[in-house]
Write a protein that binds this ligand. Structure first.
Ligand code: ADP
Ligand code: MN
Length: 181
């Protein structure tokens, strides 16, 4: 049965990891496979005008965390669940929002090639590859969420992406059946 802390009909899942590890690709697949709503935090923040500045050094938009968290609270905090969120950081969210936190990881050279293919500047690629080398997001997830909520999954090949989709779907199906949660 669902615990009192998570009185949701369906689970909320966070897909996190360094940019380029495959969060959006996996989140889209999970959303389609499980009939969940995909909330791409960076994309929604841009679309809904919830960025507070542009970081010239990092060549990236900086989200307005207060606005974004308020916007997400309506969907994740107060809803019946069924959201798969995707963001390159995880310690800004309330722990109670998520029933599963998936951290995607990727070999450095594969990640380098993916970011170069996006046309990122050298400094931005280096910063992100270093983030991955130090496993910064996995550590952030372990510090921010209960041990049994966090799963660290390699995302280097299509086979791994399919396996990750299947494993998240299995979690969602079990939760829907009242086994998880
Ligand atoms: P993120 O949202 O984490 O920045 P994306 O989902 O946009 O990452 O993926 C970045 C690029 O890497 C895309 O071109 C995507 O097709 C590719 N990719 C992502 N995950 C995998 C994987 N497991 N195997 C092969 N290619 C992948
Ligand atoms: Mn993305």
């Amino acid at each position: 049965s669902k615990s009192a802390a998570t009185p949701r009909a369906r689970p909320n899942v966070l897909i996190t990891g360094t940019p380029g590890t495959g969060k959006t690709s996996l989140a889209e697949r999970v959303a389609a496979a499980c009939g969940m709503h995909h909330y791409d935090v960076s994309a929604v923040a841009k679309r809904e005008d919830m960025c507070e500045s542009f970081d010239e050094d990092l060549d990236t938009h900086v989200i307005d965390e207060d606005k974004v968290l308020d916007h997400m609270e309506e969907k994740l905090g107060a809803s019946d669940g069924g959201i798969v969120a995707d963001y390159h950081s995880c310690d800004l969210f309330p722990e109670r929002w998520y029933d599963l936190v998936v951290v995607l990881t990727c070999d450095n050279s594969i990640l380098y090639d993916r970011l170069a293919a996006r046309g990122y500047a050298e400094a931005k690629i280096t910063k992100n590859v270093e983030c991955e080398i130090f496993q910064a997001i996995a550590e952030e997830a372990r510090e921010s969420y209960a041990e049994d909520v966090v799963r660290v999954c390699a995302s280097e090949t299509i086979e791994q992406m399919e396996a990750n989709e299947a494993s998240v779907k299995a979690f969602v199906d079990a939760f829907d059946d009242g086994v998880g949660g």
